[in-house]
Design a protein around this ligand. Structure first.
Ligand code: G1P
Length: 293
């Protein structure tokens, strides 16, 4: 039996420069899609995938994230006295989640952020979720990866085909399809990984999307490697190092992924999530139609 994945790490120390000035005094992870902060979508995905312990890697200026997952006595008291039961339940559900925090004191890259969670993760497999990547899926994307992990007991990365002209924004894999585990055409064994290659150097059009199931040896790899793309310690480079001593799998998940760290991607996610809402969808659709674009 492979050890159960109990913990999910959320790197959240980035400066959010793509969203300035909104992110000058507010963490980008707290930007809302309709009425829920980005990071909460990721946290709910982890919980719906069966993970109970959330580890958030924060940095300076990120206290709003901690406050969000904390109890708010004043707010709860107010909602209680006004008999707003639904809102009270919504607010309480957020603070019921078990969250731990660790600070990344310098922005030295995604791999460095993951390494900061080492003490809290300990010697067990864990998930990593990048909350910029919002994935709308029938079976939560992380659950899809965990199913592969539970079969193979090896690290698994979320993969997606992206157009060649956009490939340089991603970690890219060279991978061969594996026909097992019901995954059939979706499962790959990774042969190599490159962080943000030039289009002509990209080994394929299969990009890594922000969902990973990792095993604790990756911490050793992250400690060993030198800074890579952008002068940062890259998670992709750590995985490439780990690949020397163990197999790593990739899974082309089912679902729609939004790059909510990008303005256009954020707008698309906002519109589509609003259209799906029972309380807003109909009115919003009518409004969009009235724009006669
Ligand atoms: C990070 C990773 C990259 C991955 C991407 C997915 O890049 O370094 O390998 O493809 O997330 O969103 P970032 O978007 O933080 O530059």
């Amino acid at each position: 039996m492979n050890a159960k994945v109990r913990k999910a790490v959320f790197p959240a120390a980035g400066l959010g420069t793509r969203f300035l000035p909104a992110t000058k005094a507010q963490p980008k992870e707290m930007l809302p899609l309709v009425d829920k902060p980005l990071i909460q979508y990721g946290v709910e995905e982890a919980i719906h995938s069966g993970i109970q312990n959330i580890i958030i890697v924060t940095g300076r200026g990120k206290t709003a994230i901690e406050d969000h997952f904390d109890v708010s006595f004043e707010l709860e008291h107010l909602l209680e006295t006004r008999n707003k039961k639904d809102l009270l339940a919504t607010v309480r559900a957020v603070s019921d989640i078990n969250v731990s925090y660790v600070r990344q004191k310098e922005a030295l890259g995604l791999g460095h952020a993951v390494l900061r969670a080492r003490e809290l993760v300990g010697d067990e497999p864990f998930a990593v979720i990048l909350s910029d990547d919002v994935i709308d899926a029938e079976v939560p994307a992380l659950r899809q990866l965990l199913d592969v992990y539970e079969f193979y007991g090896a690290p698994v990365l979320a993969l997606m085909e992206v157009p060649r002209e956009n490939i340089s924004a991603y970690g890219v894999v060279d991978a061969e399809p594996v026909g097992h585990n019901g995954g059939r055409d979706r499962l790959y064994r990774i042969r190599n990984l490159v962080e943000k290659p030039k289009p002509q150097d990209a080994p394929s059009n299969l990009a890594i999307i922000g969902r990973y199931v990792l095993t604790p040896e990756v911490f050793h790899s992250l400690e060993t490697i030198e800074p890579g793309s952008g002068g940062e310690i890259q998670l992709t480079d750590g995985l490439k190092h780990a690949l020397r001593s163990r197999p790593i799998y990739g899974y082309r998940f089912e679902g729609t992924r939004y790059d909510a760290g990008d303005k256009l991607g954020f707008l698309k996610a906002t519109v589509e999530f609003a259209l799906k809402r029972h309380d807003l969808g109909e009115q919003f659709r009518a409004y969009l139609k009235s724009l006669q674009l």
